[in-house]
Design a protein around this ligand. Structure first.
Ligand code: NAD
Ligand code: SIN
Length: 470
């Protein structure tokens, strides 16, 4: 009899909603490898038909799907409904992206037929995070399946139930057995999978784990490794019209606290002109004070739920305490609503002028204010990070935005919009500690297939014109 080692907890109630044991990595890889030839050699039309059937199943089961994501992550139901909609929308976006970026083309070069085609890598491992347990792994899985790869997916150990639900949707869509294998487990299982007989790995998660994977793959330069990691994202508010302050404050709050700050693109640092920050911070704090923090199915719906687990809340509270020790001015504290559950209040700390601040991603509802003397100092502060995922400017005119865009070291640069809520029909990735130049979303088509360039003729065509003895 196997004993239970994995438990998924509803963060709002503390109840176990899923139990299981760590999966057998070698067996999952072997099954995916056995299924690979049949899937890789199926026609693209056949693969598209399965992927479209998956969309139909997801659409059919959307309500149960959204409720399960809400229960397992604590995210509000209004928000998990948008996650399920993104899972379904990914299908058509990926079909278009595959045709545009990884399809076949025939041309001619100097009278010779030139053909470009793409091949799948083989067995790809997908490692997923907990914050979008369906949408983000799905963003690797759909393009990888379209390209003809088979997959071993290890979901976050915090969201195994959502992964099982997705696997059921694929089975109901008619995906042949073995083409997508789920293997449950934590970091050890992920490490074992990364070291297994795979042809590449597609990762979404923290910079620490992504870095460890890059080191693990250093001796395997022939294997594709796509890393989508976190950020320490700046949001600069500059030259704003006082008449727009309410909208500006709303954008700040959305950028920082959406999903309880558990989005890789959330703003972590708010950079403002020193001396004129008062009216903006007054509006932001007024909004913070109105934010409803609650459970996913509460009515009225909360703006945000808890963070994923008690250990995550403990880590965030420790991070906040560290900043307070260093002298941060607490504008709104990070507080825990209930001692036993991870509901946190949105926090705002002014860290201007403090030295030795960690360049770390505080993955929760936590925004740091940095006041600066001038525009150059604002840009310097925005780029004072090893991460480079998202950056935003609120205010200014087109000329100022041009300067911001040119100077920003980030893969997502927005103007007068939140830093989060990235579009699936655009590439999505970052630089530095945020990614390894393998952007996902629309460009996932690029890393899930490799190009083969051919010069072809229907019959041998040859002749040596120069350099032969008579
Ligand atoms: P995480 O790095 O802790 O875990 C991600 C996955 O890796 C999980 O499945 C985990 O079990 C596995 N893992 C952990 N240690 C491992 C190891 N040593 N070897 C192999 N696998 C291992 O990330 P998380 O806490 O689940 O998710 C939150 C993080 O993800 C945040 O940093 C966030 O910014 C980031 N994120 C990035 C993006 C993006 O697209 N750039 C999107 C969402 C989340
Ligand atoms: C995320 O992937 O964590 C967030 C994506 C977004 O909202 O921009």
């Amino acid at each position: 009899m196997s004993h239970i080692e994995l438990v998924s907890i509803d963060p709002c109630t503390g109840e176990a909603i899923w139990t299981g044991t760590p999966g057998n990595v070698a067996a999952a890889i072997a099954a995916a490898r056995a299924a690979l030839p049949g899937w890789a050699l199926a026609s693209l039309d056949d693969r598209i038909a399965v992927v479209r059937a998956f969309k139909a199943v997801v659409t059919d089961r959307a309500d149960a799907f959204a409720r399960l994501i809400a229960t397992e992550t604590g995210k509000p139901l209004w928000e998990t409904k948008t996650e399920v909609a993104s899972v379904a929308a990914k299908v058509d976006i990926s079909i278009t992206a595959q045709a545009e970026r990884a399809g076949s083309r025939t041309g001619e070069v100097a009278g010779v037929r030139q053909v470009l085609r793409h091949k799948p890598h083989g067995v790809l491992a997908v490692l997923g995070p907990y914050n979008f347990p369906a949408h983000l792994p799905n963003g690797h899985i759909v393009p990888a399946l379209l390209a003809g790869n088979s997959i071993v997916f290890k979901p976050s150990e915090l969201t195994p139930a959502v992964a099982d639900f997705m696997a059921d949707c694929w089975a109901a869509a008619g995906l042949p057995p073995g083409v997508l294998k789920i293997v449950h487990g934590g970091g050890d299982t992920g490490r074992t999978l990364a070291a297994g007989d795979i042809d590449g790995l597609l990762f979404t998660g923290s910079a620490g784990v992504g870095g460890a994977l890059a080191r693990q793959f250093a001796d395997s330069p022939g294997k594709i490794l796509a890393l989508e990691m976190g950020g320490n994202n700046p949001l600069v508010v500059w030259d704003t019209d006082p008449a727009t302050l309410d909208a500006v404050a709303a954008l700040v709050v959305q950028s920082a606290y959406l999903s309880a700050g558990q989005r890789c693109t959330c703003a972590r640092r708010l950079i403002v002109p020193d001396g004129s920050e008062g009216p903006l911070l007054d509006r932001v704090t007024a909004l913070i004070d109105r934010i409803i923090v609650g459970a996913p199915f509460d009515e009225p719906q909360p703006f945000m739920g808890p963070v994923i687990a008690n250990h995550a809340a403990d880590g965030l509270l420790a991070g906040a305490a560290l900043l307070a020790d260093k002298g941060a001015r607490v504008i709104r504290p990070l507080t825990r609503h209930r001692e036993d559950r991870p509901f946190l209040s949105p926090a705002l700390y002014d860290v201007t002028g403090l030295s030795g601040l960690p360049d770390a991603e505080l993955f929760g509802p936590f925004l740091q204010v940095i006041r600066v003397a001038d525009w150059d100092a604002a840009i310097a502060a925005a780029n004072a990070t090893q991460f480079g995922l998202s950056a935003g400017l609120i205010g200014g005119d087109a000329a100022l935005y041009d300067r911001f865009w040119a100077a920003s070291r980030a893969g997502v640069v927005n103007w007068n919009r939140p830093t989060n809520g990235a579009a699936s029909n655009a590439p999505f990735g970052g630089i530095g500690l945020s990614g390894n130049h393998r952007p996902s979303a629309y460009y996932a088509a690029d890393y899930t297939a490799w190009p083969v360039a051919s010069l072809e003729a229907d019959a041998p065509e040859g002749g040596i014109a120069t350099g032969l003895r008579a």
